[in-house]
Design a protein around this ligand. Structure first.
Ligand code: GDP
Length: 328
């Protein structure tokens, strides 16, 4: 159940569930070359300027920045950008093929989607698959008509054909009523109308925060985190990634790892990370609603639930085939 006003934390039907207003989890969907990497880069640069608390130290260039300097564009799978006081976790989605339910797993971690569409080309068949899944999940979509600076841009055509695609994919009335944002990632400008762009990406950030609800969480509930992805690090071993559904995690915590209702084992969280810009950064504690990465569970598998040591129960597995609702 989605709250009507995502900007204010409110109590959902189940009394212990509430929406976090200071976090947004979004998946980014784009056809190759439609400008996803450039756009995220600009968002990242500008977020520094928008940022209210300045105690965050500027860091020296990290290896990703260096790679970018050399002209290799890589969009990390997980990125986070802080706009004013809201943390926006951005998860990249694979363009056209689904590797063993990867798209579903990503969509299960987020509440909305940023669909980036080239202002000349319009929606391409390769983005259709991911969009279809996102709509099935019931996610809100913000459509970014990107590269609006191109002389041959045809924003009306692009918005109309995107709308037709939504209809074809059986989007709900609410989903069809999407916010279109016109942007030039390269110039770092965005606006609600193609003829009236702001000098920054502020309108894009504002739309994300307004149109995509914050994560619905059970803050006081027992720890539950569905492992939706695994990364492998030479030194750290298997790193489990997912969104914290309920409770909190801290470094050193003993947890129950549930494979199913009647199969579990125990482990200790040795390291804990959140995403900041393009990096995993260590942290001592993570609250429900945020996306994090944990070390210490050697044999952890996708689909397992990291849960409270004593009362921990598994979360429902992500259904891969039929349309699903993300939260019970
Ligand atoms: P991605 O494959 O979606 O990540 O696309 P990139 O961000 O790598 O951009 C693909 C190409 O489009 C590059 O040559 C960019 O310089 C160019 N590009 C990206 N954003 C814009 C934009 O806002 N306007 C114009 N005119 N070109 C852009």
């Amino acid at each position: 159940s989605q709250a009507t006003d995502p900007t204010t934390p409110d109590i959902a039907e189940k009394s212990q569930l509430m929406r976090r207003s200071d976090v947004r989890n979004i998946a980014i969907v784009a056809h190759v070359d439609h400008g996803k990497t450039t756009l995220v880069d600009s968002m990242l640069k500008q977020a520094k300027v928008f940022r209210d608390n300045q105690f965050v130290q500027e860091r020296i260039m990290d290896s990703n920045d260096l790679e970018r300097e050399r002209g290799i564009t890589i969009l990390s799978k997980n990125t986070s950008i802080t706009y004013k006081d809201t943390k926006v976790n951005i998860i990249d989605t694979p363009g056209h093929s689904d590797f063993g339910g990867e798209v579903e797993r990503i969509l299960n971690m987020v509440e909305g989607v940023l669909l980036v569409v080239d202002s000349v080309e319009g929606p391409m068949p390769q983005t259709r698959f991911v969009l279809k899944k996102a709509l099935e999940f019931g996610h809100a979509v913000v459509v970014v008509v990107n590269k609006i600076d191109r002389p041959s841009a045809r924003p009306d055509y692009v918005v109309n054909s995107t709308f037709e695609l939504f209809i074809e994919l059986n989007a709900s009335d609410e989903q069809c009523d999407f916010q279109a944002i016109y942007a030039s990632g390269i110039k770092g400008k965005a606006g609600l109308s193609p003829d009236n762009l702001a000098e920054d990406l502020g309108p894009l950030f504002e739309s994300i925060i307004r149109c995509i609800p914050g994560p619905c969480i059970d803050r006081d509930g027992a720890l539950q985190m569905l492992v939706t992805n695994i990364e492998y690090d030479e030194h750290k071993g298997r790193i489990a990634i997912g969104r914290l559904h309920a409770g909190f995690l801290r470094r050193g915590l003993d947890v129950r790892v549930c494979t199913s209702e009647d199969s579990c084992r125990y482990a200790r969280i040795t390291e804990l990370f959140v995403y900041e810009k393009f990096n995993r950064v260590p942290t001592d504690r993570v609250e429900a609603g945020d996306i994090c990465a944990v070390c210490g569970i050697d044999d952890v598998q996708i689909g397992e639930t990291i849960a409270d040591k004593i009362s921990g129960r598994p979360l429902p597995a992500i259904k891969v085939e039929e349309p699903t609702v993300k939260m019970a």
